[in-house]
Write a new protein. Sequence first.
Length: 393
Amino acid sequence: MDIFSDISRVKRIETHQFGVFKLQQGLDVAPVDVLLQRVQDAQDRFSASPLSSVATQLEKEVVVSSVFGTNTIEGGELSEQETEQALSLSPEQIQNIQQQRALNIKSAYDYIREVSVGENWHPTLETMLEVHRRVYDNLDADNEQNVPGVLRSNPDGVVTKVGNADHGGVYKPPQNGADIRTLLESLLAWNIELAEGGVPALIRAPLVHMYFEIIHPFWDGNGRVGRVLEAGILYADGFRYAPFAQANYYLQNIHQYFALFNRCRKAAAKKREFPNTEFVVFFLEGMLTTINHLHDRVNRMVKVVLFEMALKHFYDDKTINDRQYAIVNEVLRKGSATTLKELRQAPWAQALYNKLTEKTRSRDLKKLIELNLLVTDKKGDVSPGFIEQSIIK
């Protein structure tokens, strides 16, 4: 089936107050088709990598990175390290609103992963509302009219506008609650139509994301909800890590990300050919970057696992002693090269050799280098062996 056979068709939705709202793929086949194939090839290679041996660690890293990315886009103030710490907190340990924000996003991601594995799953209006409820659980919204899980409906005299001059101008989305509900239901039905017509998730996910943001159905939290929904559509199609890690790509390219919503909307309003190409291409380039990064990360993690196994083998058969085992583990834990001077002066190293001679210390280090458990470069920097210095995280 030619997934682009109906690509120019426009679906018109009549609303009560907003007028006609149009949904369309609106894509230039040439650049999109090439990127689709590249992303799918990258995903196939990634899926064939030894994920099972490092899945738990990779999952943890992706969760932290994803929550940090999508939260920071919307003004979250936690660093990535602080985000990781926040995600380990129990409810009674939460100290501030920033930690609650991070935990709420994780809850939304957990929910979408849980529901999207169902057979022939597609997001529903209730899915959107539940994601929003989780995003704002135990939070005071920036807008007092924002109620978790409730669609926006502007009262008389209150006008919602989104965007700014730096990102393509200001846009006035639908204001009437009934119109918003109609448009969301139409968008979700359209997603199913596209899926049944053979349009892949890699096209449907960014289109749903883009139109969701243009509709802007909630007073607050639209960006977070939209990114979670995008991830859910991809997760349902078998993409297990990249959908969530994509948030970091958006953060790294935040100005382009925001500007493209307006640019595509304006292109459609001016009836330009292929108005949505830019956002879908941007999304696919992000997926390609994200999947390749995850693949590299898995390869690095597997090499570290193999190195740790070899190290343990040398220790168990008494090829190396307790001191040598501790030295290599500390160098590996540090995660970056260290100089011999730093290695000798570190408090833990001083404690190891407190009652021993310099000759013993030198002999221990020499053996670790001979066994390739430690390697030194021309500058004298020391790194774990078996794996190249450049791939240590």
